[in-house]
Ligand binder design. Structure first.
Ligand code: PGA
Length: 228
């Protein structure tokens, strides 16, 4: 594999990440772009379905998913953990309780991501496998709006801990529910038959060597720290 140490590398790097990866992935770009100031980056964000469509159409060099599609010929590189947790407003009757059973949440209104979201896909898989169900009250296309809705008392949700990385306030908290966190991983994905540019190879090597550490550091001192 090519390991270019030259700051003179130039070209365009095209990336597409799912909305939930937008919390850590941009932090990887800062150090990379400082090292290679002549590399330009095109960065797309969308839900899982729209990113799978971009992958199918060969629009970008790399994609980030926690559920890489199984019907496309791809290479995957497992990157870091993606734990999903149950979140509630901090004044919730169950906050601070230990070992809550999922069935105790049956009557709680839940706020869910939209169909096409990888987060929703994870939750549906969990419900199917565990035989649990939830009372879905609201669907929102944005992790940020879900967090604010949870804080305002509209309901509970299940989110990736990465969405809480910068949360420093006490209005939202992670409930200690049996079976959680649900543990998934982030994958960097590219088409197997794609000829990677030198710029893309350099970026992949950077991710492999340094990416996990930079992404992990972001969660230190956050409510997510114990889950990584
Ligand atoms: P999402 O994807 O942003 O579409 O919910 C997250 C994931 O793939 O886990």
């Amino acid at each position: 594999r090519l390991a270019s140490l030259s700051g003179l590398q130039a070209g365009l790097l095209k990336l597409s990440v799912v909305t939930t990866a937008k919390y850590f992935f941009p932090h990887l770009l800062g150090p990379f772009c400082q090292r290679y100031p002549n590399i330009e980056v095109n960065f797309n964000i969308g839900n899982r379905n729209s990113m799978v469509n971009r992958l199918r159409e060969n629009k970008d060099d790399f994609y980030v998913f926690s559920h890489p599609p199984e019907d496309i010929d791809i290479e995957t590189f497992e990157f870091i953990k993606n734990p999903l947790v149950v979140v509630a407003p901090s004044n919730h009757r169950l906050s601070g309780k230990k070992n809550i059973k999922f069935s105790q949440l049956a009557a709680e209104p839940f706020i869910m991501r939209e169909p096409g979201s990888g987060t929703r896909y994870s939750i549906e898989k969990y419900l199917l496998q565990s035989g649990n169900s939830i009372n879905e009250k609201m669907t929102i296309e944005s992790n940020e709006a879900i967090k604010h809705s949870v804080m305002s008392g509209l309901g509970l949700s299940i989110l990736s801990v990465h969405t809480l990385a910068l949360e420093r306030n006490a209005e939202i908290e992670i409930l200690d529910v049996k079976g959680f966190p649900m543990l998934y991983h982030w994958y960097v994905v590219y088409l197997r038959n794609k000829k990677l540019s030198d710029v893309a190879k350099t970026f992949l090597e950077y991710l492999e060597n340094e990416g996990a550490q930079i992404a992990g550091n972001l969660l230190v001192n956050s409510p997510a720290a114990n889950y990584i």
